[in-house]
Design a protein. Structure first.
Ligand code: ZN
Length: 70
C-alpha cells in the first residue's frame, strides 16, 4: 500500500504532546497514537492564523471583484 504523499493530511494537533501527531480515527473523536489524548485539526495558534488567512482571502476577493465592477 502506498504511503500518503501528504504527511499533514494524516496528522492532527495533540494538546498533550504539543505537536502534530499521527492519530487513531474513531467515530466520536480522534486520538493521539502516542499519548491517547484527543487531537484537534489545528492548534489554537494555527486556528487563529488559519481564520485570519481566510478573512484576508475573503477581503482580497471582494476587493478584486469591486475593482472589476467599478
Ligand atoms: Zn499526544
Amino acid at each position: 500500500m502506498p504511503l500518503s504523499n501528504n504527511f499533514f493530511e494524516d496528522t492532527k494537533y495533540c494538546p498533550c504532546c504539543r505537536e502534530y501527531v499521527l492519530y487513531l480515527k474513531s467515530p466520536k473523536a480522534n486520538y493521539c497514537v502516542d499519548c491517547g489524548a484527543r487531537v484537534r485539526l489545528f492548534s489554537a495558534a494555527d486556528k487563529r492564523a488559519f481564520n485570519h488567512q481566510l478573512e484576508l482571502e475573503k477581503r482580497r476577493r471582494i476587493n478584486a471583484h469591486n475593482k472589476r465592477v467599478s
